[in-house]
Write a protein that binds this ligand. Structure first.
Ligand SMILES: [Zn+2]
Length: 135
């Protein structure tokens, strides 16, 4: 993982600056599948089939493909047509997820960056596949 120094120089209580390594007040969102990875700023939307209902769920990078495959298998086993999550639907789910994370820990630069990235991607109008005319 990359290290980002989150020095807020406009912080009003600089004197009681928190230790650099630990901030126990930061809520951590863990991947519900492996229960190991922190997905606060790196979540991947997939779905679960629960009682015949499709439920969106966020997993870590490592769990994304197996989770999507598990969902596909669950759909087939239950005669429910499987289709991949549309990209803009994924982005909307991620935006809501990161907004909630950002509200929970507004000082986290990773979460703020992830949210800004998703909002930027959502602001781009959907376009068709780029034609490869001048390839
Ligand atoms: Zn995971």
């Amino acid at each position: 993982m990359c290290e980002v120094s989150a020095q807020n120089d406009d912080s009003p209580n600089k004197a009681s600056a928190r230790p650099a390594t630990y901030d126990r007040a930061v809520p951590i969102a863990r991947c519900p599948r492996c229960r190991a990875e922190d997905i606060s700023a790196d979540a991947h939307p997939t779905r679960l089939l629960q009682n015949g209902q499709t439920v969106p769920v966020f997993v870590c990078r490592n769990c994304f493909r197996p989770a999507e495959l598990e969902f596909q298998i669950a759909c087939e086993a239950n005669q429910i047509p499987y289709r991949p999550l549309a990209i803009r639907e994924s982005l909307r789910l991620l935006r809501d997820f990161y907004r909630a994370r950002h509200a929970a820990s507004p000082d986290d630069p990773y979460v703020a960056g992830a949210l800004a990235d998703i909002e930027r991607r959502l602001s781009i109008e959907p376009v068709g596949r780029a034609p490869k005319l001048d390839a």
